[in-house]
Design a protein around this ligand. Structure first.
Ligand code: ATP
Ligand code: MG
Length: 240
């Protein structure tokens, strides 16, 4: 079983001659197949926590342990190169705004994930596997009929669903998802959340999900609230 443990993580950003504390001794544990939801006001540090967890930012102190059957890695202790490799191979990320590549079709957005960083040329058999996995994932997000369309030919919600499918392309050991329903109406938002819940259970990856959408919080395995970089529970208790 995979487990994510955020252990006493502090992150500061330069702010003129001073530094501002975006994450203040944050602790959190999420098991595989579970979703921890993070809520909290704008600017409180939610995206920063996802950036640290997904190795995009290195914290000032603390550890981010990803425990899998092949061992435990401290994501906060990796160098840039190790972090980039791990991100590409083991971490699925969905950003606040879907950042799809304008020139690629829906299917290609997913397929390109399997080709990133590869040095060896890909066999015909492997290429067939990649294509069929992309097709299965597009089917899982209800977009098989749109696999040949480019982002400009798709709605905001359809793009968001492609973004989620793409994050799963490499079968991640860890998923971080930032505001997946922010651009959606409540019906589509519910459908995207259903999809995320199903996928997280199926893939057994620990998942951190930032959301402002209170309607779905009761379906999450745990709900935390970030205020000024401090992570607490919904009822205001500090997580230690
Ligand atoms: N690259 C950066 N450099 C300096 N300060 C930053 C940087 N990124 C974020 N911050 C600051 O860190 C704090 C936390 O930002 P963060 O993006 O984590 O908030 P958030 O909770 O995700 O907000 P929102 O709900 O608006 O997305 C804010 O005060 C923000 O201004
Ligand atoms: Mg944010």
């Amino acid at each position: 079983m995979t487990t994510l443990t955020v252990d006493d993580v502090t992150l500061t950003y330069p702010d003129g001659s001073e530094r501002i504390t975006a994450l203040d001794s944050v602790n959190l544990r999420v098991d595989g197949g579970r979703i921890a939801a993070i809520t909290g006001p704008s600017g409180s540090g939610k995206s920063s926590l996802l950036a640290v967890t997904s190795t995009l930012l290195r914290p000032d102190s603390g550890r981010v342990l990803l425990e899998t059957c092949s061992g435990t890695v401290d994501l906060a202790g990796l160098n840039r190169r190790e972090a980039a490799t791990l991100r590409r191979e083991r971490i699925g990320m969905v950003f606040q705004q879907p950042n799809l590549i304008p020139a690629l079709t829906a299917a290609e957005q997913l397929e390109v994930m399997a080709h990133l960083g590869g040095r060896r040329s890909i066999t015909r058999r492997r290429s067939h596997e990649i294509r069929s996995r992309a097709r299965d994932l597009l089917d899982a997000v209800g977009l098989s009929a749109h696999e040949h369309k480019r982002p400009s030919q798709l709605s905001g919600g359809q793009r968001q669903r492609i973004d989620i499918a793409r994050a799963l392309m490499n079968d991640p050991a860890l998923l971080v998802i930032d505001e997946p329903t922010s651009a959606l109406d409540s019906e589509r938002g519910a459908a995207v959340m259903d999809l995320i819940l199903r996928i997280v259970r199926d893939h057994a990856a620990p998942t951190l999900l930032v959301t402002h959408d209170r309607a779905h919080l009761h379906r999450m395995d745990a709900v935390y609230r970030m205020v000024d970089g401090v992570l607490g529970t919904e009822t205001g208790e500090l997580v230690v």
